[in-house]
Design a protein around this ligand. Structure first.
Ligand code: MRU
Length: 348
C-alpha cells in the first residue's frame, strides 16, 4: 500500500498529518510525547488501530526523553506518559489496549540497563505496528468469504482504511481484498460529517489505490439503498462490547437501521484489539463529545448562528442485532455474537 499512516524510520516517528488531507499530503515528524498526544487529540492521526499504535510510540518517546533515569524513575515516567495519552480520546479501546501493553513491557523491563529498557519499549511499539499490519491483511482475506458477485458495490462510512491502521485497513481491507481477487469493485463513501473522514480520507485513499469511489452526502445513503445501488455496507469499529454492540463513527447506527429496512448485509470489520472483553454492552462505551466549532464553524465558515446550542457526539453505538457479521483477523463472527465473542476471547 502506498499510504503509510505511521512509520518508524531512521530513529524517528513520522505520521501523515490527516487534518490536511486531501488538500495537502504532508508527513510530519513527531519528536516528543506531548507532540504525539497533541496529534492524537487533534486527529492528525486517527482511526482506532492507528491511535493505539501512535500511543505506543508516544510512551516510547516519553521514556526516551529521560534516558538516564533509575528503574523506579523509568516506571514513573512510563506511568506519566500512559496517563497523558489515556486522556487524549476516550472511545477507541485500541488506545487503552496499547497503553496497557506498553505498561506491561515497562514493568518487565524495569530491572534492565537504561538503554535496554528504552530499546524494549521501542521494540514493543514496532511489534504493535507490525501485528496490526498483519491483522488487517487477515481481515481482508477473511472478509472476502462474505462477498459474492463479480461486480460489487459497497457503502462505507468514515475511514477504516490504511489511514486508520498500520496498513490496508479493516473495512477497506475487505474492499482491497475483493479487488485483488479480481472483482469489479465500486465504493460509495459517506462524506461523514462533521470532520468529513469519508470524503477527505476514504475518497482520497481509494483514489490513490485506483478504486472507483463516489462521495455522497450522509443523508443520501437511504435513497441509494432504496434504489438498490448498495450490495454491502461495510464499516470499522472503535469498540465492540461482549454482546456485539459496536461503537463507530457517528452516523453508523443510522446506516445499520437503514440496512435492516433494505435487507442489505451490514458488516463490521475490526481486529481483536478493538474488542472490549470487560464490558457487557454498548451502553458502557464512553462516547467522545467534541467541540462546537467542528459543527458550526468547520473549515473557517460560520454554518450556524454563533450562539446556537451544539451537541457533537463523535461516535454512536449500533445494536448487535443490526449487525450481520463481524470480521476479525481470527475469522468471521456470526450472530449470536455473545457466544462468538466469548470464543474469540478464549483464542486471544
Ligand atoms: O474519529 P475518528 O476518525 O478516529 O473515527 C474513526 C472511526 O470511527 C473508524 O471507523 C474506526 O476507528 C475504525 S478504523 C479501522
Amino acid at each position: 500500500m502506498p499510504v503509510k499512516t505511521i512509520q518508524w524510520k531512521e530513529g524517528s516517528v513520522y505520521i501523515i498529518d490527516q487534518t490536511l488531507l486531501p488538500e495537502q499530503y504532508k508527513i510530519i515528524k513527531i519528536n516528543s510525547i506531548s507532540e504525539m498526544a497533541e496529534a492524537i487529540r487533534t486527529m492528525r492521526i486517527r482511526g482506532a488501530p492507528a491511535i493505539g499504535i501512535a500511543a505506543a510510540f508516544g510512551v516510547y518517546l516519553g521514556a526516551r526523553s529521560d534516558p538516564k533515569s533509575s528503574g523506579e524513575d523509568f516506571l514513573k515516567s512510563v506511568h506519566k506518559a500512559v496517563h497523558l495519552l489515556k486522556n487524549t480520546r476516550p472511545t477507541a479501546v485500541n488506545l487503552f489496549w496499547a497503553l496497557d501493553r506498553m505498561k506491561q513491557k515497562a514493568l518487565s523491563a524495569a530491572g534492565l540497563e537504561s538503554d535496554e529498557r528504552i530499546a524494549g519499549l521501542l521494540q514493543e511499539a514496532r511489534d504493535i505496528l507490525e501485528e496490526d499490519r498483519r491483522m488487517c491483511r487477515l481481515i481482508g482475506k477473511n472478509g472476502l468469504s462474505l462477498i459474492t458477485g463479480n461486480e460489487v458495490t459497497f457503502l462505507t462510512h468514515c475511514n477504516a482504511g490504511a489511514l486508520a491502521t498500520a496498513d490496508y485497513g479493516t473495512a477497506l481491507g475487505i474492499i482491497y481484498a475483493a479487488r485483488e481477487a479480481g472483482r469489479r469493485v465500486r465504493v460509495f463513501s459517506d462524506e461523514t460529517r462533521p470532520l468529513l473522514q469519508g470524503s477527505r480520507l476514504t475518497a482520497w485513499e481509494l483514489t490513490q489505490a485506483g478504486i472507483e469511489v463516489t462521495v455522497i452526502c450522509d443523508n443520501a445513503a437511504a435513497f441509494l439503498m432504496k434504489q438498490g445501488k448498495i450490495d454491502y455496507i461495510i464499516v470499522g469499529a472503535d469498540r465492540i462490547a461482549k454482546n456485539g454492540d459496536v461503537a463507530n463513527k457517528i452516523g453508523t447506527y443510522n446506516l445499520a437501521v437503514l440496512a435492516e429496512k433494505h435487507k442489505i448485509p451490514f458488516i463490521v470489520a475490526a481486529p481483536t484489539t478493538t474488542f472490549d472483553f470487560k464490558i457487557d454492552s454498548g451502553a458502557q462505551i464512553p462516547i467522545e463529545e467534541r467541540g462546537r466549532n467542528e459543527v458550526i464553524r468547520r473549515f473557517g465558515i460560520l454554518t450556524a448562528p454563533e450562539n446556537a446550542a451544539v451537541y457533537n457526539p463523535a461516535f454512536d453505538v449500533t445494536d448487535h442485532n443490526l449487525v450481520s457479521a463481524i470480521v476479525t483477523e481470527k475469522g468471521v463472527l456470526s450472530p449470536p455474537f455473545r457466544e462468538a465473542i466469548k470464543k474469540l476471547e478464549n483464542k486471544s
